[in-house]
Design a protein around this ligand. Structure first.
Ligand SMILES: NC(=O)c1ccc[n+]([C@@H]2O[C@H](COP(=O)([O-])OP(=O)(O)OC[C@H]3O[C@@H](n4cnc5c(N)ncnc54)[C@H](O)[C@@H]3O)[C@@H](O)[C@H]2O)c1
Length: 438
């Protein structure tokens, strides 16, 4: 394939050299003459393992050359990979100036070029940037329609500086956000033969994945370092702790707890986080991440209250009360907290939780419900129908099959899904459905 790569920084330079090494015909484009000259001399403009030898080789063979001339590059290629920088503005916002400029230049050149060309954004950019900012620029300059007259895709890159050449040939995954299938096919043809799972997703999903990855990586490092500092202060070998922590592939290094859902609670997580943070404070160890886990959880619960407020109804139903499905344990249940918040705000509330009703009958949780939550006890309904008949808006916090099968479609009552119901993807398109974080 004939490919132009815009921006010869870390990402562009490595992408250009590796694609040329894979047999594509590559033209690198940069506004910086020094970088262009370095590449044309067979030298790498960045310091990276193996990049020097690779650039010398592919420039020598004629597979890679560089230019400042956007028009020339576009005329001679079927695809543009955009790898310009997207730094932070002083206030933390994303700077899209370089992206906008290069997109304008490419659009103007494409207006003169016949035949299909696919514009692929590899720079990291916030969800919506491609659709709301860059595609309109391309359509304006080209005078055509994206997905029809030219292709558009978002192809975030997951190379790590230092090992990026190795990562290119053995990527953790390949993600293609495609405007139309032809654009996605063109991008995947570039990487044919490389290992790793391929994900074809909508454009905004591809943009968001990069942020999910980097936020999580930062969180992991911060978590490990904070835990290390607490362990050190308490005289514990932090590496030994993490060796055992990492060996748990069921709950720790696993997909467990990593899907958006409702707030956590129960008799362990809140209590243990509180005492760990307290121990850190006593030892004068600053743990901003650990000490903000409970506030983050409270903020998530608040989102549910806000959804009820936004619905603007007074008669509210709640399915589920125990701290997670399948138990009658009400201690530190976030659903109890939610019910109390709504009750306190004067909503006319009815609650159904089959486990809690049962334990009241058996006397197991009776004392807890009747002494600690007498105000909620009087709101408990024995049947699903009783709640549905009462409610104008219903919060669903349980996967109880009896509840799931009774939930109506169509908006009467309105549904607030706290747990990502099994049919959430279908319901999202229906009127009267609100997901807590999806
Ligand atoms: N560095 C990484 O490891 C890494 C990893 C993943 C994603 N990213 C993302 O990739 C993008 C590029 O990062 P980088 O580290 O390679 O940036 P960089 O700053 O090293 O390089 C950007 C290059 O773009 C050039 N440029 C600017 N405007 C241009 C234009 N109009 N035409 C042609 N070239 C132009 C600059 O001269 C520069 O050489 C960013 O969005 C970044 O967030 C970087």
């Amino acid at each position: 394939m004939r490919v132009s790569v815009f921006g010869l920084g870390y990402v562009g330079c490595v992408s250009a050299a590796c694609l040329a090494g894979k047999g594509h015909e590559v033209i690198g484009v940069d506004v910086n003459q020094v970088k262009v000259d370095l590449v044309n001399d067979g030298k790498a403009p960045v310091v990276e393992e193996r990049i020097g030898e690779l650039i010398a080789e592919v420039v020598g063979s004629g597979a890679l050359r560089a230019t400042r001339d956007v028009r020339e590059a576009i005329m001679e290629s079927e695809m543009s990979l955009i790898c310009v920088g997207t730094p932070s503005e002083p206030n933390g916002s994303l700077c899209t100036t370089y992206l906008e400029r290069v997109t304008e230049e490419i659009g103007a050149a494409l207006a003169e070029r016949g035949g299909r060309h696919t514009v692929v954004f590899r720079s990291t950019m916030l969800p919506g940037t491609c659709t709301n900012l860059l595609i309109p620029i391309l359509e304006k300059y080209v005078g055509g329609t994206a997905g029809v007259d030219f292709g558009v895709a978002v192809n975030p890159e997951f190379l790590r500086e230092g090992t990026s050449v190795r990562d290119f040939f053995d990527p953790p995954k390949t993600v293609v956000g495609e405007l139309d299938p032809a654009s996605g096919d063109a991008v995947l043809a570039l990487y044919e033969g490389l290992p790793g799972e391929v994900f074809r997703v909508p454009v905004a999903t591809a943009e968001a994945i990069k942020y999910a990855d980097n936020a999580f990586h930062g969180l992991k490092i911060g978590f490990a370092n904070e835990l290390g500092a607490v362990c050190q202060a308490l005289g514990v070998d932090s590496h030994q702790v993490m060796d055992v922590f990492l060996a748990d592939r069921k709950l720790n290094i696993s997909p467990a707890y990593l899907r958006p859902g409702f707030a956590f609670g129960g008799s362990c997580l809140p209590k243990d986080l509180r005492s760990l943070v307290h121990a850190a404070r006593r030892a004068d160890v600053s743990v901003p991440i650990l000490s903000h886990v409970l506030p983050s959880n409270a903020a998530h619960l608040e989102r549910a209250v806000e959804l009820v407020e936004r619905a603007g109804k007074r008669r509210v139903g709640l399915f589920g009360l125990s701290f997670k499905p399948g138990t009658d344990d009400l201690r530190e249940s976030p659903l109890v907290e939610l019910a109390e918040r709504l009750f306190g705000k004067g909503y006319d509330l009815k609650i159904h939780d089959a486990h809690v009703s049962l334990s009241r009958l058996l006397g197991a949780n009776r004392e807890y419900v009747e002494t600690r939550l007498p105000h909620l006890a009087q709101l408990l309904a024995d049947s699903v129908d009783e709640v549905l008949e009462h409610a104008e808006v219903c919060l669903v916090g349980t996967r109880d099959p009896a509840v799931l099968s009774a939930l109506p479609h169509g908006g009467d009552p309105l549904l607030i899904d706290l747990i990502h119901l099994p049919d959430a993807d279908v319901r999202r398109a229906e009127p009267g459905y609100m997901g807590l974080a999806w």
